[in-house]
Design a protein around this ligand. Structure first.
Ligand code: PA5
Length: 443
């Protein structure tokens, strides 16, 4: 079932057989494992390889956490945070927090920053709540989530005692390495493993994304089913011209090669804001290396037409745009007629808000294309689990193909080490004595 349609009609790129041939070779490399970063290709067949048992295990641990806590705090950063956050935001009522009755626990996030105020406010806000924690780190050594976990573990132990705290903590980490693994083993926390061959930003369909989402009451089976649909559609055995991820990868690389360096992912649905954040991490970390790569940016529309809209229309012509367009809203709201028509809006009377939104989208597309901003469009049928599952895998597959077309290893991130080294040196971490002296001399 195809719930996503990719359209490059306004991209200015005519996709040729030669381009598709290159994309087919890149796709092939993802399946044969003969390309760069081939020890991190587990995500390619992840949707079809998730077994019933694995899903049931996730659901039963989720049910246990739901039974114990009204608030579940997910600790993680980067790929250990953004996938769950993105799907959760997309699937949740925009005003859930205002509802009197909640069917599902509140999901909060920690460890994605080192803000003292955020940390304090999180602890204060949850002081009267019944809490549980899911701590996620593939390496098990990332500083930001480790700090948050130290604080929350102590808080849980103070409140519930060590034994009950251990019942309220679930760790998701590497099968054998890292401080979190050691801690989880010592304390006897239930643990899920992030497969060795799945990197952080490609891990949303492992327990990293699936456990928090199952706790939140999201249908993870439908999400995985959607990803499976897309895995099939983008398989190496399918004609490349019909592979939507390959076409997206081809077009964005052609536009990049023509001198446009910034891709803006936009949507007219505010619920997709964190899908864009997840997408930025996926593409930025996968492609931005060796002095190359499209810079991924994002806007939420029509809000940002009143801020970034000016730049997009008339600023430096190095941009192109990809719009995630939602075909069908969940609800119906129409503009009412007004006898006095003092606001002059009677020309919209009887129209659905979604129709007006669609006309805004069309009008903007034409304006931006006229202004020299090539446009691609990804139409998704609606915002539900199956469709979002398709979208996630679509972006992952396109990212793998795109990275190979660009000529980089899309599965490493050597650049993120530089800041860590400096931070540890500045904080006098044992083992960083030399770096410490050097960096302090520069201050
Ligand atoms: O995509 C990646 O590999 C990174 O963004 C990681 O997910 C992020 O750095 C967090 O790493 P970890 O899960 O090891 O704590």
């Amino acid at each position: 079932m195809e719930l996503i349609r990719f359209d490059a009609d306004h991209s200015g790129v005519t996709v040729t057989d030669a381009m598709l041939e290159r994309a087919a070779r890149a796709n092939e490399l993802l399946h044969t494992g003969k390309g760069a970063g081939n020890d991190f290709l587990g995500w390619v067949s992840l949707p079809s390889s998730i077994g019933k048992k694995e899903l049931s295990d996730i659901e039963s641990v989720a049910a246990k956490l739901r039974g114990k806590a009204d608030t579940v705090i997910c600790i993680g950063i980067g790929g250990s945070y953004l996938g769950a956050k993105a799907v959760l935001e997309a699937m949740t009522d925009s005003f859930e927090s205002l509802k009197r009755h909640h069917d599902n626990p509140t999901i909060l996030f920690a460890g994605q920053n080192i803000s003292e105020d955020y940390t304090h406010e999180l602890l204060a806000a949850t002081a009267e709540r019944s809490i549980a924690v899911i701590v996620i780190s593939k390496s098990g050594t990332t500083t930001e989530p480790a700090i948050a976990f130290r604080l929350l573990k102590a808080e849980l132990e103070r409140r519930y005692g060590k034994e009950e705290a251990a019942e309220r903590i679930v760790a998701i980490t590497d099968s054998s390495r890292g401080a979190l693994k050691t801690l989880a083993d010592n304390e006897g926390y239930p643990t899920f493993v992030i497969p060795d061959n799945v990197g952080g930003r490609y891990s949303v369909l492992t327990p990293v994304g699936l456990l928090p989402l199952a706790v939140a009451g999201i249908d993870i089976r439908a999400l995985v089913e959607g990803a499976r649909d897309m895995e099939r559609m983008c398989g190496a055995d399918r004609p490349i011209a019909e592979n939507p991820a390959a076409r997206y990868a081809v077009v964005r690389n052609e536009i990049y090669n023509s001198g446009k360096k910034i891709e803006i992912l936009g949507s007219y649905e505010p619920k997709l804001l964190y899908i864009a954040e997840w997408w930025k991490q996926l593409y930025g970390e996968s492609e931005g290396k060796e002095g190359k790569g499209i810079f991924p940016a994002s806007v939420t529309l029509t809000a940002d037409l009143h801020s970034m809209g000016q730049y997009i229309q008339e600023g430096e012509r190095t941009l192109f745009e990809t719009i995630v367009s939602v075909a069908e809203s969940k609800h119906t709201v129409r503009v009412e007629a007004d006898e006095d028509n003092l606001d002059g809006l009677n020309f919209l009377a009887g129209k659905r808000i979604s129709e007006i939104n669609r006309m805004a989208e069309l009008g903007v597309r034409i304006a931006h294309v006229d202004g020299g901003v090539p446009n691609m469009r990804i139409e998704i049928a609606r915002i539900d689990e199956r469709t979002i599952g398709q979208l996630l895998y679509f972006f992952e597959k396109a990212c793998g193909i795109s990275g190979y077309l660009l000529g980089v290893n899309p599965f490493n991130q050597p650049g993120v080490e530089a800041y860590k080294k400096n931070m540890f040196a500045l904080l006098d971490k044992p083992g960083y004595e030399e770096e410490s002296k050097k960096i302090k001399a520069r201050l």
